[in-house]
Write a new protein. Structure first.
Length: 256
């Protein structure tokens, strides 16, 4: 019996999930999908041909994974801000002489915002402002803001994923419980507006995460509500393929 082809997908993004679901439905290969969080892995369970692994993987675990499987290629569908992860994936592909596809998130939105190059720059900018702040950049970045923004206990609202680790981290940093908004996005323009109005938000902080990250809806909500939008700009990296083009490449080059 001919062994089924295998593909390794590093994901955790909407694009990664959609790609895995597409591959699973095509029934052309076995998929090993690696995500950084337990929550990301939970979204991939149930696929007939999907093995979901929760990372990050150590060097030893990566070596064992490559030894146990004969992947036809590796797909990098990680978050556009996770440059260090993309670098490690590229190194893994090169070391084991595997083809590599990186999925690039479409980024066509325009708007009026305050653009900053990093999380720390966003925090420094906000330290010089007044008024309530809604953070939508994830729990990993919270410490930068709590350490930089004066009176953060009175100004800061944190919208994070509804998972125990994120909630615990926010509480440990001293963010009051009633200012922790634990929900799964992306959110509609209307719901973003509701948050802005309910909590009298004057500064909405987000990453330039593209359409699937709900970036356009945040732009629209900030404009509608007269709220300042502070955008952490996407870092420069080598171009990749948009999701639909990546599907075509996997079909044409690898027969998946």
């Amino acid at each position: 019996m001919t062994q089924r082809r295998e593909i390794l997908v590093f994901g955790g993004t909407a694009e990664g999930r959609m790609l895995v679901e597409w591959l699973d439905a095509r029934d052309t290969c076995e998929i090993v999908a690696c995500t950084a969080t337990e929550y990301g892995a939970s979204l991939l369970f149930g696929g007939k041909h999907v093995t979901a692994l929760q990372g990050p993987l150590s060097a030893e675990e990566k070596a064992r994974l490559m030894a146990e499987h004969n992947f036809c290629c590796i797909v990098d569908a990680t978050h556009p801000f996770a440059l260090h992860i993309s670098t490690s994936i590229a190194e893994l592909a090169a070391e084991h002489e595997k083809g590599l596809l990186r999925i690039e998130r479409e980024n066509t939105e325009d708007g009026n915002w305050v653009g900053v190059a990093s999380v720390s720059e966003a925090a420094k900018y906000l330290a010089g402002t007044t008024g309530n702040i809604l953070l939508t950049t994830g729990s990993k970045d919270l410490a930068v803001f709590t350490q930089t923004v004066p009176d953060f206990e009175e100004r800061l609202y944190a919208r994070i994923l509804p998972v125990p680790d994120s909630l615990e981290h926010a509480r440990e940093l001293g963010i009051p419980t009633d200012r922790i908004l634990a929900l799964q996005g992306p959110f509609s323009t209307q719901l973003n507006c509701a948050f802005i109005r309910e909590y009298r938000i004057e500064h909405l902080v987000t990453k330039q995460s593209g359409a699937t990250g709900g970036f356009g809806e945040k732009i629209a909500a900030a404009e509608e509500c007269g709220c300042e939008l502070v955008v952490i700009l996407r870092p420069e990296q080598e171009s990749g393929l948009y999701l639909e083009d990546a599907k075509k490449e996997l079909e044409a080059q690898y027969g998946l």
